[in-house]
Write a protein that binds this ligand. Structure first.
Ligand code: F6P
Length: 584
């Protein structure tokens, strides 16, 4: 039976692979045809006079560009590794200068009693971008938020990272407390964050926050211009902190290839309409060459918003928006993690990780472990999974001394009342659960501090199940990290259907986090699942994450960026030819 299933599965994989290649080839041909057609249109000009491609230097240049465009790699055919990403970058964007723009920095230097310590932040964005920058080099521009950040940079606010073997430059930007209150806590996290996540926390919009948001976007855009050594760098703008920066950068570097990636969901037009500055936000993003989201659903929502709030031309067939003569592509790029994950290689075997956790939390031998790891954020459904545990224990008290739930919640944005309230509620609920189901040992362990990546992976490797119960999440990389940590093919992932990850990891136990009874059933199912079934599910999920790793995410964006860049250049040359201008 198993052999039959495996053979059927192999057949499906083969058909899908061949299908993907055929699809990629057809897509490529379609794109080339469209490009040739566009060139011809430009050459014909408004009067409809057809100019033949002749032997002029402009024509030769156009032919050369078209030929190089034909070589653009099919992203689906490559095995994505740091090396292949580097090679693709070299071939499609030769000598490209890569600049990343994000609020959160990848390395934070803090002062401690032991001297200066480096912290790696709990951030999906950082987990995804860091391996890319290690592979490609370049400059990462981010907010210097650590207490020892100023002490560790050079006179130009730069530092090579990682410090042991520098692979790229981190350029820190300074933000005052007042600016941080308006730009980060205010507009980004009390306005855009709840607006885009729709988890029934009311967004707050203040015009003073909006002014700060604009001011800081301008500061970061200026830094991009200052750091750029060429007139056409590839700028990777990250997340909802910088909706206005793409346009600001475009004004100063018109030839830049700007890819803006929105790491959180994008709501439907009705929901987005409550934002007082909706048109400005969309127009800012349309300064990009490409705007990327995790899912097609979010792309569709964005285009619906463009249609409703901005006067522009939308080409739905190729998913592009033209505003003021500039075209922006809108594409889905599901983000992922590095493969194989660096942290896992350094850790002991899963059994050893498990016994370490058992002794660390003073649990009896044989206790089944459920884990959850995230920032202490109201979008993550932390209270909901605790209620589900409560429901499981009420329903089946026999689990009381046989299971422990270890929830690591890294404090985040604690200045905001919605976050401090959540923490107080979670701590109260944990105490309540432990009191209600009091046995030989506490069942709910709530750890409210930052865990370094190695500790997080240790927890994943020792667990029987990992719960990701986000009420809404663009992707969620914790789910993928858990899968990546289990080369023993054991462990069960319980995953919210409202995460982008649930579209890729369909072998997880998919749950509605608002339904505590359903989640309680999923926990019980996970704790009793035969090891063979765990392995079958885990293998498929591991294969998915391995193939769709973060290098592929970046590669797909860079290949698309290269195509847009070629298109712009070809059309520019064709237009010059029509007007009889000699190329420079
Ligand atoms: O989900 C998008 C994201 O940027 C993640 O990378 C990160 O987890 C979070 O939002 C931002 O957190 P912080 O405000 O701590 O940078």
């Amino acid at each position: 039976m198993l052999a039959y299933l495996l053979a059927a599965l192999a057949g499906v994989v083969l058909v899908l692979t061949v299908g993907t290649i055929i699809f990629a080839v057809l897509m490529m041909r379609g794109w080339m045809k469209a490009l040739r057609r566009a060139v011809e249109e430009v050459r014909r000009g408004a009067q409809g006079v057809h100019l033949q491609l002749g032997g002029s230097s402009i024509d030769r240049e156009i032919h050369k560009l078209l030929r190089s465009a034909e070589q653009v790699t099919f992203t689906s055919q490559i095995e994505w590794t740091p090396k292949s990403l580097q090679e693709v970058l070299q071939s499609v964007l030769p000598e490209a200068e890569v600049l990343v723009l994000s609020n959160r920095e990848p390395y934070i230097h803090n002062t401690s009693e032991a001297g200066i310590v480096v912290q790696r932040p709990a951030s999906g964005l950082v987990s995804a971008l860091e391996p890319i920058m290690r592979a490609c080099g370049g400059t990462w521009i981010a907010h210097g938020s650590g207490s020892a950040d100023r002490e560790t940079v050079d006179d130009n606010d730069r530092i090579g990272v990682p410090e042991s073997t520098p692979a790229y430059t981190l350029r820190r930007i300074w933000i005052s407390e007042e600016e941080q209150d308006g730009y980060y806590y205010g507009f980004a996290n009390e306005g855009l964050w709840p607006l885009c996540h729709i988890v029934f926390v009311r967004p707050t919009f203040r015009s003073s926050d909006w002014q700060m948001y604009r001011q800081i976007n301008q500061r970061f855009a200026d830094a991009v211009v200052a750091e750029a050594r060429t007139e056409d760098p590839v700028v990777l703008v990250q997340d909802y902190h910088f909706a206005l920066a793409p346009r600001m950068i475009r004004e100063r570097l018109p030839k830049a290839t700007i890819i803006t990636f929105w790491h959180i969901p994008w709501p439907n037009a009705e929901t987005f309409s409550i934002c007082p500055w909706k048109a400005e936000i969309i127009e800012g993003m349309l300064g990009s060459t490409i705007v990327g989201f995790h899912t097609q659903f979010h792309c569709n929502n964005f285009i619906e918003g463009v249609d409703r709030f901005v006067e522009s031309r939308i080409d739905r067939e190729v998913q592009a928006v033209s505003l003021g003569g500039h075209e922006t592509g809108v594409r889905a790029y599901p983000i992922s993690i590095e493969w194989p994950p660096r942290e896992v290689e350094k850790l002991p075997a899963p059994a050893e990780c498990r016994s370490g956790i058992i002794s660390q939390f003073e649990l009896t031998k044989g206790t089944r472990l459920i884990v959850g790891v995230e920032r202490f954020d109201y979008t993550k459904g932390i209270l909901d999974r605790m209620r589900a545990l409560d429901a499981l224990l009420l329903r089946n008290p026999a689990w009381r001394d046989r299971v422990a739930f270890i929830q690591v919640a890294a404090p985040t944005r604690s200045k905001l009342s919605s976050y401090s309230k959540l923490r107080a509620e979670a701590e109260a609920l944990a105490a309540e659960i432990n009191e209600r189901h009091h046995g030989r040992q506490p069942v709910m362990h709530l750890i409210t501090r930052h865990y370094e990546p190695s500790d997080v992976f240790r927890l994943f490797r020792g667990a029987d199940a990992c719960v990701v119960s986000s009420l809404h999440d663009g992707m969620n990389l914790v789910a993928k990290e858990f899968v990546s940590s289990r080369e023993d093919n054991a462990g069960v992932l319980i995953l919210s259907s409202f995460t982008g990850a649930s579209r890729e990891l369909s072998e997880a136990l998919i749950v509605n986090p608002y339904d505590s009874e359903e989640m309680a059933s999923a926990m019980e199912l996970a704790l009793t699942m035969p090891i063979e079934e765990q392995a079958e599910r885990m293998k498929l999920m591991r294969q998915q994450v391995k193939e769709h790793n973060v290098y592929r995410w970046a590669g797909a964006m860079l290949v698309d960026a290269a195509r847009s860049r070629t298109r712009e250049r070809v059309l520019g040359l064709a237009s010059k030819a029509r007007h009889g201008v000699k190329p420079i």
